[in-house]
Design a protein. Structure first.
Length: 380
């Protein structure tokens, strides 16, 4: 980059020196002739300067057209240079060259016509026509030379430098985008692997929870269990009565579950069991023990609040749990020593519903409202 800058500055200085020297030589002729003649010198000087500047400007413009660079782009580049001006330059150059060749014989005639015009305007002063033609030819060629070389040696390099810098920046941006794309692909792959591991662990955990939370009395075995309970010495109830009220409790709990799922799928038992943990001298309570982050053991208990009115031994209590605890998510417990107890594992809080007194008493407990439980348990 530094060497290229030096080249540009050197070329610009060289062209400027050539231009100043040539301009000085030309102005000597423009000013010298009128001062040495008998005509009005200052007016002719002014006309000569105007003619010289016009010729210089036209020549410079034509020279830049001839020197306009055309840059080739590579197939690997994402950046396409705008060659509209180059195409116009080529078009104008061809027109100028074509017209020049066609009218080559007429050029001396045109120069002579201009000279004669100035000669007549200066009252027939001798050599004014030659003076005008010399100014026109000299400054036109000077402008063409300076314009061509300035475009080729200075502006072309500056254009190239700007384009190269732009291409480099675009390449860097494309490389950065490609790196970001690759990183995103890697992150997706890692995320997929982690998600698969999470799914596998989640499925394993769910299966373990199912085993740990296996019902004490499976609903499908209630007939066998009813016969066992009816044959106990401390139970004064027939097998048919036990089957009947257990069946009614299950049916009513199923209706509450269906209604709850339509109202609050995240906690379907909430609001379906009267909202009271204590009712008819019966109490539904629970203790939450956090075994690890996001894994809790819940000890549930149903008992009487009045020692004179205890739960009957052998009575079956129905607990309605969250719908993730099975289909249906019910647990049947047998009252032993005046209470029915159940221990299970959970990811978080939920509402428990319960039937006691053969379905006559409804109890409800939201585990999230228990004291001394973590915020994580309450919100999950």
């Amino acid at each position: 980059m530094m060497d290229q800058t030096k080249i540009i500055l050197g070329a610009e200085t060289s062209i400027l020196k050539s231009f100043l020297i040539s301009l000085t030589v030309g102005l000597i002729g423009v000013v010298g002739f009128p001062l040495s003649s008998n005509v009005s010198g200052f007016s002719l000087i002014f006309i000569g300067i105007l003619l010289g500047m016009a010729s210089l400007g036209c020549g410079f413009f034509t020279g830049t057209l001839f020197g306009m660079p055309k840059r080739n782009t590579t197939d690997s580049s994402d950046y396409t240079l705008n060659n509209s001006l180059v195409e116009i330059s080529e078009w104008l150059t061809k027109i100028i060259v074509g017209l020049g060749l066609v009218n080559l014989k007429q050029i001396p005639k045109y120069l002579n016509s201009l000279g004669q015009f100035l000669k007549q305007d200066s009252n027939g002063q001798s050599y004014v026509d030659i003076y005008a033609m010399c100014i026109l030819v000299y400054f036109s060629i000077l402008g063409l030379y300076i314009g061509y070389n300035y475009m080729r040696l200075v502006l072309s390099l500056k254009y190239k430098t700007v384009d190269d810098n732009m291409l480099k920046e675009l390449v860097k941006v494309n490389e950065k985008l490609e790196e970001t794309k690759n990183e995103n692909e890697k992150l997706k792959e890692v995320t997929t692997v982690l998600q698969d591991e999470v799914d596998v662990k989640g499925n394993v955990t769910k299966e373990l929870l199912k085993i740990a939370n296996k019902p004490e009395i499976p609903i499908e075995d209630i007939q066998v269990k009813s016969a066992e309970i009816a044959n106990r010495e401390d139970v004064n109830e027939s097998e048919s009565n036990i089957k009947s009220y257990v069946k009614n409790m299950i049916n009513n709990a199923q209706k509450k579950l269906e209604k709850g799922l339509s109202m609050n799928i995240n906690d379907p038992q909430h609001g379906q069991w009267g909202g009271n943990a204590i009712n008819n001298e019966r109490q539904l309570s629970a203790e939450v023990i956090e075994r690890s982050k996001g894994f809790f053991m819940i000890n549930i208990k149903v008992e009487s609040t009045n020692a004179d009115n205890p739960l009957k031994s052998g009575e079956i209590i129905l607990l309605a749990l969250h719908n993730t605890f099975g289909d249906p998510p019910f647990r049947l417990l047998t009252v032993e020593n005046g209470k029915a107890e159940l221990s299970l594992f959970s990811y978080g809080s939920f509402t428990i519903g319960a039937f006691a007194d053969r379905g006559k008493t409804e109890l409800e407990l939201n585990l999230a409202t228990l004291p001394n439980v973590s915020e994580y348990f309450k919100t999950h």
